[in-house]
Design a protein around this ligand. Structure first.
Ligand SMILES: Cc1cc2nc3c(=O)[nH]c(=O)nc-3n(C[C@H](O)[C@H](O)[C@H](O)COP(=O)(O)OP(=O)(O)OC[C@H]3O[C@@H](n4cnc5c(N)ncnc54)[C@H](O)[C@@H]3O)c2cc1C
Ligand SMILES: NC(=O)c1ccc[n+]([C@@H]2O[C@H](COP(=O)([O-])OP(=O)(O)OC[C@H]3O[C@@H](n4cnc5c(N)ncnc54)[C@H](O)[C@@H]3O)[C@@H](O)[C@H]2O)c1
Length: 457
């Protein structure tokens, strides 16, 4: 028998949890269907635990900088405290009881099952034992099923005990050696963190540089930082084959180089599986790689999509931003529609890489009249004072016809924090003349922004 409700949310990660929680708080009869843990990837296998690793690894790096600047220090890495913190504080041993209680206390109905569309407004929920429940929504369905690790079809890889971000976050100790396949944000954050805990790390990236989505100058700084910490980099190389024998992975690159390690971390991007969601039952293409949504997050009448599934930016802040827009639509409210011009993101390496809006290349590809300016953070007063670990840069990208920034990059010891002012400038289309004539506190890292603006040409 079909159980009715106001809204069904399929997938309860940061996007779905936010939609469901806000609608329940508004008094709606909400059903949240989640196959794994309420909270999704971010708190259990992604943002939060990885940043705990990054923080702990950062302490080790800072400790190792003491001899050059502040006396002597003996640093002995121990992964046990960070593994314990992830288990106890971040994930409660991968237990979502508190989150489920919070949602049900707000009036939501929680269903731990795999959800699948079964026509407009209808969701079939199948639990682990094969038990089925059918739900019908009066107002609509929200798809918020996120993304899963994309495992490339490299010969020999399937069936080996490789890690994705999930196993890496669940690790109880830092492995002795690790090959990281993929030099995007996931790959480089883990590579640096594990290397700082003593893992012998090799990164293999198919494109010609790490973090290929960022400015080339950012990639260079991150590559230099990783190499300086002993991480081996193979850019412009793809894995052509994988073997696993006697606890050892052998990865053969397409140029014939053979790499070996005890652990293989696959960090080659994320995938969305629309076919598994039954989208054809509402007339959508199951072969599409993401769920196309409009600026109010509608994928079809009374069908919303929010979060990674939309392909608009696989970040928790995008998931939450889109969730708020969908909630406004469902509640019949008005308000701003989605605007990704000033979408910021930060890769939490050391140096941190923050960027917002368009890269120089993306701006040129759009046919804009582009001027760029850069500044070396280590040469700014604060960078010079900071000394050890001071590498960084500011790069600003101007639409010269309009005299406003359309993109910016901030790399450095607090690159993600410095980014905020630049994000305001891009979002608010603050005239470059205004940015150039304002006051920048001395001696801050962000004073390098003033230098980069002066360099615009
Ligand atoms: C290692 C790593 C580090 C990251 N670090 C950051 C960071 O520092 N900052 C940042 O902003 N972003 C970061 N991200 C990205 C961030 O985790 C995602 O953008 C975010 O989790 C997306 O939220 P979501 O709700 O769209 O999807 P998800 O978090 O993926 O949640 C979707 C949920 O849907 C469930 N589900 C899937 N299919 C079904 C189904 N058919 N039925 C029922 N339930 C289903 C899943 O079990 C999951 O719980 C990181 C990602 C990774 C992999
Ligand atoms: N701090 C953050 O906000 C943060 C942290 C981690 C992840 N994320 C998000 O999660 C998503 C997933 O991250 P990701 O790093 O897995 O994906 P990604 O798509 O950004 O990077 C994957 C990398 O793997 C490379 N690659 C693909 N196949 C390969 C192969 N066979 N051999 C060698 N290299 C190969 C690609 O060229 C690419 O550079 C990203 O979009 C990212 O923005 C965000």
């Amino acid at each position: 028998m079909t159980q009715s409700c106001d809204v069904i949310i399929v997938g309860m990660g940061p996007a779905g949890e936010r939609v469901a929680g806000e609608l329940a708080a508004a008094g709606m009869d909400v059903v949240g269907v989640e196959a794994r843990l309420l909270g999704g990837e971010c708190p259990y296998w992604a943002c939060v635990p990885t940043k705990m690793m990054v923080r702990a690894a950062g302490l080790l790096a800072e400790g190792r900088r003491i001899p050059a600047m502040a006396g002597s220090a003996e640093v002995r890495a121990d992964f046990a405290p960070v593994a314990a913190r992830i288990r106890k504080e971040a994930t409660h041993d991968w237990d979502d009881t508190a989150a489920v209680e919070r949602f049900t206390a707000a009036g939501g109905r929680f269903v731990r099952s795999h959800g699948r569309l079964d026509g407009p407004g209808r969701v079939l929920a199948t639990d682990e034992t094969g038990g089925k429940q059918e739900f019908g929504a009066r107002l609509g369905v929200v798809l918020a099923t996120g993304s899963a690790p994309r495992v490339p079809p490299v010969p020999g890889l399937a069936g080996t005990p490789f890690w994705t971000n999930r196993e890496a976050v669940e690790a109880q100790e830092a492995p002795a050696s690790m090959i990281v396949m993929g030099g995007g944000p996931v790959g480089v954050e883990f590579a640096q963190a594990f290397a700082r805990f003593g893992t012998d790390v090799t990164v293999v990236e198919g494109r010609d540089r790490l973090l290929p989505g960022e400015e080339p100058e950012s990639s260079r700084l991150v590559e230099e930082a990783l190499r300086a910490e002993g991480v081996a980099l193979h850019t412009g190389s793809r894995a052509g084959g994988v073997a696993h024998d006697d606890g050892v992975f052998t990865v053969t690159l397409d140029n014939g180089t053979e790499l070996t390690a005890g652990c293989l971390l696959v960090a080659t991007g994320r995938a969305v599986d629309l076919a598994a969601l039954g989208v054809e039952s509402v007339g959508l293409d199951p072969e599409a790689t993401t769920l196309a949504v409009d600026e109010r997050m509608l994928a079809a009448p009374a069908l919303w999509g929010v979060g990674d599934i939309t392909g608009k930016g696989p970040f928790t802040h995008v998931a939450m931003y889109q969730a708020d827009i969908a909630v406004r639509g469902i509640l019949g409210g008005d308000g701003p529609v989605a605007d990704y011009r000033a979408l910021p993101h930060v890769t939490f390496t050391d140096p941190e890489v923050g960027s917002v809006g368009l890269t120089e290349q993306a701006a040129r590809d759009r046919g804009l009249t582009v001027r760029t300016g850069t500044a070396d953070v280590s040469a700014a007063a604060r960078g010079w004072i900071h000394q050890e670990g001071n590498r960084g840069l500011i790069k600003v990208v101007e639409d010269a016809d309009r005299g406003v920034l359309v993109g910016a990059t901030s790399v450095g010891p607090a690159g993600g924090e410095v980014l905020y002012g630049l994000a305001v400038a891009v979002q608010g289309e603050v005239p470059v003349d205004t940015l150039r004539s304002m006051i920048y506190a001395y001696p801050t890292f962000h004073r390098a922004v003033e230098t980069a603006l002066a360099d615009l040409s």
